[in-house]
Design a protein around this ligand. Structure first.
Ligand code: HEM
Length: 405
């Protein structure tokens, strides 16, 4: 007979705003048998096998769909838009969307953009190379993903600025005062929607080698994405693919600054880039956790979670689980690949749709940076973003490096 979760005597852990080192120390202090903890939202799992079990169990639904409600948003037009997004859809609606778009986000599709990614990154490094110093966040991380997303969609260079503004406005959905920002967010969504409809019309008459053309052509058993769904996918690419990539690049470089031998090694052996990206994302992921709620009563490991229960999944903690990673506290880009993947892209049906693109972006950026920014060092101190459950990374990261490369 399963025990009701609320009747268990569980340790409290603050996954919402706890300092990462404290959380990490907390995890290490827990015995291996302590698989469930209590936190601000409800419960939390921290071990790799429990994290993947929750993420792969379709009865646990993504908490993304509940965020507007939890933040006190009641605007019906906004809520309606959220409902058709792949980021919050569940069940058959979600399965259909994933099936239709999967091919357009394949590694092969991402590979098309690799030369362009190098061109963008080289251009950004050119801007700071002579000085030998930069704010890595504002000079490199911030501007990196927008041109790539524009190129991915087939939007011309003259529109990068427009996209940059829409992205910043739309990304306000992650801010703590989102209720006050709804007008700004919806205006940007409207403008982006109108722009995307124009691009769709162009691509329908003149197909090109880009994501939008692939998405328009995507078809399964006679089923196709509607114009509204195409617009929603572009919105999801901006929401899911901009700040994540920026922050992951920032976290990775902060980590390398702490491990100069690994930085020099990556410069010397750029073929290590794929392993370096997985290891950096394991050791220091920009997405440290995600959350689910029980869509019905769920029994797991003899515990009953009533419908509606929230559970947070500690991706960062699971990524340091010694049951899966042989030397979890050592950052080593030459270590052989672990038997199971790092979890910073999630797992299960909501596994990051843009993982191939993000991997390509990081695999192209990091070796170039290592080669052109030798002797990288933090110049003073990094200012970190608030340590919540959302996207984490450096807000400012002053760096120095050997100039002129
Ligand atoms: C290093 C960069 C990135 C990281 C760390 C990351 C992380 C994640 C994670 C953890 C999830 C699953 C969330 C959950 O299960 O609750 C996710 C989903 C998603 N990501 Fe990413 N992401 C990254 C880059 C991207 C890019 C570049 C794109 C767009 C091209 C993208 C688009 C999406 C979308 C659309 C989803 C929702 C998928 C679904 O619910 O079916 N992401 N991402």
């Amino acid at each position: 007979m399963a025990t009701l979760a609320s009747e268990l005597d569980l340790p409290e852990i603050t996954l919402a705003d706890g300092n990462y080192d404290q959380r990490h120390a907390m995890r290490q202090s827990l015995s291996r048998d302590q698989w469930l903890v209590r936190n601000l939202f409800g419960y939390g799992v921290l071990h790799y096998d429990d994290a993947t079990a929750v993420l792969r169990d379709k009865r646990w639904h993504s908490a993304t769909s509940r965020i507007p409600e939890l933040m006190g948003i009641t605007n019906p037009a906004f809520l309606e838009r959220q409902q058709i997004s792949i980021l919050s859809a569940e069940g058959d609606v979600h399965t259909r969307l994933r099936r239709l778009v999967a091919q357009a986000f394949s590694p092969r599709a991402a590979d098309r953009l690799r030369p362009f990614m190098r061109e963008v990154m080289n251009g950004l490094i050119d801007g700071v190379a002579a000085a030998g110093r930069a704010d890595f966040t504002t000079d490199i991380c911030e501007p990196y993903p927008i041109p790539i997303i524009c190129e991915l969609l087939g939007a011309p260079k003259r529109d990068w600025q427009l996209f940059s503004r829409w992205a910043s406005d739309i990304l306000e959905i992650f801010s703590s005062d989102v209720v006050d920002k709804l007008d700004v967010i919806m205006r940007a969504q409207d403008e982006l929607g109108e722009y995307t409809r124009g691009l769709i019309a162009e691509r329908r008459s003149k197909p090109a080698e880009d994501l939008l053309t692939d998405l328009i052509a995507a078809e399964e058993a006679g089923d196709k994405l509607s114009n509204d769904e195409l617009v929603m996918m572009v919105n999801a690419v901006i929401v899911g693919g901009t700040d994540t990539t920026r922050n992951q690049l920032g976290c990775a470089v902060a980590l390398f600054a702490d491990h100069p031998d690994q930085w020099a090694l990556l410069a010397e052996r750029p073929e290590l880039a794929p392993r370096a990206v997985e290891e950096a994302m394991r050791f220091f992921g920009a997405v440290r956790g995600t959350a689910r709620f029980a869509s019905c009563d769920i029994e797991y490991r003899d515990v009953l979670f009533p419908a509606g229960t929230f559970i947070s999944v500690g991706l960062a903690e699971a990524n340091r689980d010694d049951a899966v990673f042989p030397d979890p506290e050592v950052f080593d880009i030459t270590a052989s690949a672990p038997s199971q993947p790092q979890l910073t892209f999630g797992s299960g049906i909501h596994y990051c749709l843009g993982a191939a693109l993000a991997r390509a972006e990081l695999q192209e950026a990091l070796p170039l940076l290592a080669q052109r920014m030798p002797k990288l060092a933090i110049d003073g101190a990094i200012t970190w973003k608030p340590d919540g459950v959302g996207i984490f990374g450096p807000a400012h990261m002053p760096i120095t490096f050997a100039a002129g490369q």
